[in-house]
Ligand binder design. Sequence first.
Ligand code: FEO
Length: 392
Amino acid sequence: MEAKLVKNEIYWVGVKDWNLREFHGYNTPRGSTYNSYLIMDEKITLVDGVKHYLSEENISRIKSLVDFSKIEYVVVNHVEMDHSGNIPDIMKLAPQAKIITNAAGKKALEDHFDTTGWEYQIVKTGDSISIGKRTLSFVTTPMLHWPDSMMTYIPEDKILLSNDGFGQHYCSDALFVKDAPFDVVCEEAKRYYANILFPYGAQAQKALNTANDLGLDIEMIAPSHGCIWQGEKEVKTILDLYCRWACGQNEGKAVVVYDTMWGATAKLASVIASVFEDAGIPVVKRCLTECAVSDVITDFIDAKYVAIGTPTLNNEMFPRVAAFVTYMKGLQPKNKKGFAFGSYGWKGGVVNQIQAVFEQLGWETIAPFEEKYTPKADVLEKLKEHAKTMID
Ligand code: FEO
């Protein structure tokens, strides 16, 4: 596949990882892309690299447009290795190029690679560099989602090269969102936010405010994963979605997450789900035997109510539930109301471990509920009445 024109002299020279199905624990059923951009201005500039195993493809796409000896700048917006994995290859081919990154980016590059001989230009929010007809302006976005994360804005083209922000793990033949199924791209953007950016709502809000304060006029958002948001409707949609997700707004839905050994916890989960259904609250019931944690956490974006249920195995939470709770705790979803439930054989109490995580996350809760062995009709009735108290 050739390099693709994004706008004026800005080209997509990235790579497509069609068969990627897992990204550090996050399942990626639609693959991903690592977008890298080449700006053919007076000072030829490459923005971001790709994962190491697709380096050759990225390099051949760049070579189809320019000899590496002509590249003057390599912008490293983020050092996580899906974007920097082949920066050493690039610097070998273009040793004259200066790396533009922020102070944390330089440190992270040095921590990852042998950077002997690399020259840098260190930038911070508000700094600009002229590359000829256009300017590169930088907005550092620390902890969105690494300390080194940064975005590059080109005012002359009104393009924001946003790296991970606004990305999607979505691989298709479409370069632009307008040429892809809109709902699918938005769904993947949501899954991306939930699994990568959920803990960093405050940082996302700050980045959006900074972009506003700097008066960035954005007609196109070109992330480093997935399709490019081009056009008023597309750009507005993703900015509005990020505003909503970043401030923890939800749609008042419910998620019941559980696993089960002999069916007892599943029975409890069904009763709780039916309470929400009967109250007219949209609910999803997810059994962790069948559902990937990254799909379940995506449901949390729209949820106000979260019920998590576990069987007891060797006096501990069931391992798949424990794994999910650990994943959820790290992603720190906010503004939820939690309900821990479960079953046990001879020693209860593991539901308190889930309750403790809810409390650590600052959620409102109702008292946990657990039942010995198989819950009978009267117990299910009692659970139903208790679950109703969760609903505002
Ligand atoms: Fe796509 Fe944080 O790397």
